[in-house]
Design a protein around this ligand. Structure first.
Ligand code: MG
Length: 221
């Protein structure tokens, strides 16, 4: 028997989607819709988002997670990526903590999650991916890679966390630009790595978002 969401669940999803589309962040609405679609196809379980920023895609994913009983962990050090720092293209002066002089996206995230009513659905993990990688053991039914886009960290994040995706689970990668004139290459290199070893199969592509599914293979490269 398939359980269809009731009117209240659909209204909650719509309200959270609208809130997410208005939140600070860097994901266009059409890519967000594709991400929600991929999440809806993922089995209930633990989902992990790498790269939270102010919570825009966190609410998109959390809206789906809340509707199907999944739990979303979102991991970020909350001091911004390279391109968010002062003098860079994607800097937002309003996110500077006046006491430390550093970027701090955590207060903005907390407000967004409270507004969305997702505090029970989302666990916020404030750390670098290098801190979490050695102890993370939880199997995942969805992983969204949207953290640092340096080659070193993008490759690290893939190697450290994609291995925990269960067969049939979803791997979503953001900011994938095969043409270097459109953007940085590390996320594209990660997708090539995932596909090249047969560990994943691509199932969707929307703007710079790539959607892959874990094959039922043993071992991980
Ligand atoms: Mg991104």
């Amino acid at each position: 028997m398939t359980l269809e969401p009731g009117p209240a669940a659909l209204a909650a999803l719509a309200a959270r989607t609208l809130l997410a589309s208005r939140a600070k962040g860097f994901m266009p609405d059409d890519e967000a819709a594709a991400l929600r679609g991929a999440a809806a196809s993922a089995a209930p379980g633990v989902w992990l988002e790498i790269g939270t920023y102010c919570g825009k895609s966190t609410v998109h994913l959390g809206a789906v997670a809340a509707g199907q009983g999944s739990h979303l962990v979102t991991l970020d050090h909350h001091h911004g990526s390279e391109e968010n720092q002062p003098g860079w293209q994607w800097h937002d002066q309003s996110l500077i903590d006046p006491r430390t002089g550093r970027l701090d996206t955590l207060p903005s995230l907390r407000r967004t999650l409270a507004d969305a009513g997702l505090e029970d659905t989302v666990s916020v993990l404030v750390a670098t991916t290098q801190q979490v990688a050695p102890w993370w053991t939880t199997p995942l039914t969805l992983l969204f890679l949207d953290g640092s886009h340096t080659e070193e960290v993008a490759q690290h994040d893939y190697a450290a966390f994609a291995r925990h995706i269960l067969p049939g689970g979803v791997l979503a990668v953001h900011d994938v630009f095969p043409d270097p004139r459109d953007g940085g290459q590390p996320p594209w290199h990660v997708v090539q790595r995932a596909l090249g070893h047969g560990t994943f199969t691509q199932v969707g592509e929307h703007g710079s978002l790539r959607l892959l599914r874990r094959n039922a293979v043993t071992g991980f490269v």
